[in-house]
Design a protein around this ligand. Structure first.
Ligand code: BES
Ligand code: MN
Ligand code: MN
Length: 462
């Protein structure tokens, strides 16, 4: 056992206690009613970074939620790793689907986590993974094994689009200077199939509002004549895809980077059991874009999804009403070369153009971000791959992910550095869903993996 491993083992219970404390604070960034809790969470992170061995730890206020920064500079001549993560979480709704309250963490065994998993919002995305980094760093510092510089930037607005992080990065470019960004906010294929994410999709998120009559009407007295905005919204949304599930917005696919047949073949070699996938979700089949496999549909192809829609009466019982308004929230996942702003514009133009007379349509853009591809042939990637091989016993597979972390493209643009996405979640950990959880055995195993990254990286860069 190495000194670092011994430190981790000796402090195992404390690490867990501390993480449970962090998970108890409801840092929901999207909802202003949690503003104070988000601040408290930032202060928690600030204290953790300080006690782990960081200097110049500071909470930087932004127009939205604060960014926590801390650094440990050993020698300016040594390479520097910037660890990025987020302490904010998605809203926990719908609450009634949680088996235990989202901000009262409990440990329960599951089939794939026989040693137990922590059930709480943020346990995997991303508080659990951020905490592993802080603890791995602490173990390195306290045992004097760290031989590179480390900077931490942990933000509180990732789940709502990191809207103030771009400005922060430009403003503090000097302070954030580094050789590589390390992020643990993605997943591995399985606990026994390690992988490293080498691509993320971009995002364009819009909200639409369809207005019919100027007030809610009696559905018997007016229905049949006056346009029903809920019905019209459904028709309009339905027409955004054709029978092959291709998106019908003109120009939508124009900039899509075509992936070579060779790369597609390699991608489909990744272990994936469609039957198991469907069984887990209790669906009989998948219905995606024709001509592509599930792995491709969820990584190299752009998509359009309705995230929520509402309008009219949705309470108990029945109310006969012809609503005045209907709404929907829509996300489009983008792939390399598509530009978020352009796609948002194309969507707006097309959606407005298909509105029938008799209704008014309003399209409001929310956040967006660009796709990213990260290299798999750099010393940084190799350091991560070797670290995972050491603790998992298997070489990780490079895979493209379906989710988005818009800041990765921004780091490249502003800080001119590449990112390594050494994430440790599982797609089955239910991030953004009720009963989000994070396997305990792997919590410790991953804390052991991170120090190997630093060690390998320091050696490779020497
Ligand atoms: N950690 C996720 C992104 C992710 C999850 C990437 C799993 C790959 C695999 C991140 O917190 C997230 O949820 N991002 C948002 C985008 C953001 C702009 C709101 C997403 O992907 O929906
Ligand atoms: Mn995340
Ligand atoms: Mn998330």
């Amino acid at each position: 056992m190495t000194e670092v491993q011994k430190y981790i083992k000796d402090n195992k219970d404390r690490f867990l206690e501390e993480l449970l404390g962090l998970l108890k604070i409801p840092s929901v960034s999207a909802d202003p009613k949690y503003k104070k809790d988000v601040q408290t969470t930032a202060e928690f992170i600030e204290k953790s970074l300080t006690s782990a061995g960081c200097n110049h730890v500071k909470i930087y206020p932004t127009k939205g939620h604060p960014i926590v920064y801390g650094e440990h500079i050993i020698d300016k001549k040594l390479p520097t790793v910037l660890v990025y993560g987020h302490y904010d979480v998605q809203p926990p709704d719908p609450l009634e689907l949680w088996e235990s309250p989202p901000f009262e963490p409990v440990i329960k065994k599951t089939k794939i986590h026989p040693q137990g998993a922590i059930f709480a919002r943020g346990s995997c995305d991303d508080k659990g993974q951020v905490y592993m980094h802080i603890k791995a760093f602490e173990a390195m510092v306290k045992t004097k094994q760290l031989h590179c510089n480390v900077k931490f930037m942990i933000e509180g607005e990732e789940e709502r689009g990191s809207s103030n992080l771009g400005t922060f990065c430009s403003e503090y470019k000097e302070m954030l200077k580094c050789n590589v960004v390390l992020i643990s906010d993605t997943s591995v294929l399985a606990n026994d199939i390690p992988s490293i994410t080498v691509g993320l999709r971009g995002l364009s998120y819009v909200e639409v509002e369809v207005t019919g009559p100027n007030k809610d009407l009696h559905s018997g007295v007016y229905g049949g004549a006056v346009a029903n905005p809920v019905q019209i919204l459904c028709d309009m949304l339905a027409s955004l895809k054709d029978k092959n599930k291709k998106i019908t917005i003109p120009g939508f696919y124009d900039d899509v980077l075509v992936v070579s047949a060779k790369e597609r073949k390699a991608m489909n070699m990744a272990p994936f059991d469609k039957k198991h996938y469907m069984k887990n979700l209790d669906v009989e089949d998948t219905i995606g874009e024709k001509g592509y496999t599930v792995l491709e549909q969820t990584s190299i192809r752009p998509t359009l999804e309705i995230n929520g829609m509402w309008g009219g009466y949705t309470g108990e019982g029945a109310k006969t009403v012809l609503p005045s308004k209907a709404h929907a929230k829509i996300s489009m996942r983008l792939v390399p070369n598509q530009k978020s702003d352009k796609i948002t514009k194309l969507f707006k133009k097309y959606f407005e153009s298909i509105a029938p007379k008799g209704v008014k349509v309003k399209v409001t853009p929310h956040h967006g971000g660009e796709a990213a591809v990260t290299p798999s042939d750099t010393p940084e990637y190799l350091a991560a791959a070797m670290a995972m091989k050491t603790t998992y016993g298997k070489e990780p597979i490079p895979v493209r992910g379906g989710g988005s972390i818009p800041i990765v493209a921004l780091f490249e643009k502003v800080l001119k550095v590449k990112t390594v996405l050494m994430g440790f979640g599982l797609d089955s950990d239910d991030i953004h869903s009720p009963n989000e959880h994070y396997g305990l055995f792997h919590f410790y195993k991953r804390i052991e993996t991170i120090p190997y990254f630093y060690e390998n990286y320091s050696k490779l860069k020497r």
